[in-house]
Ligand binder design. Structure first.
Ligand SMILES: [Zn+2]
Length: 202
């Protein structure tokens, strides 16, 4: 489920739709939670669909640490990638704002944590755009991503969190532990799905 202070907007023919903040969303806010209504497809379920349906599923889903395709039931599936993204996946089943997001600003994400099964050319048009999402991105960039996530989680309990009540008790306890003791952090490395037997990278 996506944060309530967001809305869907058409960007362009090339980009399609994107998600935008309708109010200020401070760094450390939970912006997306993998909730109980998300549609989950095992690799086998995905492959049982027609090629046309697979294309649609691939466009709108991400692959989690179990290799399942997660298709959001709400507008969360329209969040675009940006190499200077303002939200990031975490090892806690949610995405967090890694910097302050202003009203009207597009909500963006790091697709490098989505276990994409193909290289994806990028057109962020931002300084520092890495041009392509590659299979080795998490290996190279996980330390930097963890640093950004840690800094955001440090201030998690300082802000209103409309999505916090969707987290399970164990996750909330782990978050409290983390804020009190840095040692309890769940790295974004845990999001990596190592097996790509179904569609190996060329
Ligand atoms: Zn980029």
């Amino acid at each position: 489920m996506i944060h309530p202070n967001t809305c869907l907007r058409f960007i362009s023919e090339d980009m399609g739709y994107g998600l935008f903040a309708t109010a200020f969303i401070p760094k450390g806010t939970i912006v997306y939670v993998k909730d109980a209504l998300e549609i989950e497809l095992t690799p086998e379920e995905y492959l049982a669909h027609s090629p046309a349906m697979q294309e649609v599923i691939e466009k709108y889903s991400y692959i989690d640490e179990r290799g399942f395709r997660i298709l959001s039931w709400d507008t969360a599936k329209y969040v675009n990638h940006c190499c200077q993204c303002n939200t990031m996946s975490t090892g806690y089943g949610f995405e967090v704002a890694i910097r302050d997001i202003q009203p009207g600003e597009e909500i963006t994400d790091e697709y490098g944590l989505f276990n994409l099964e193909y290289e994806m050319p990028l057109a962020c048009a931002k300084k520092g755009c890495r041009g392509m999402i590659r299979v080795e991105d998490p290996e190279k960039l996980a330390d930097r991503w963890d640093e950004q996530v840690r800094a955001a989680l440090d201030v998690l309990f300082d802000h209103p969190q409309p999505l916090m009540n969707l987290l399970d008790d164990a996750t909330v306890e782990d978050l409290v532990d983390f804020v009190q003791d840095e040692g309890a952090y769940r790295s974004v490395r845990a999001l990596r799905y190592p097996q790509r037997a179904l569609h190996p990278f060329g």
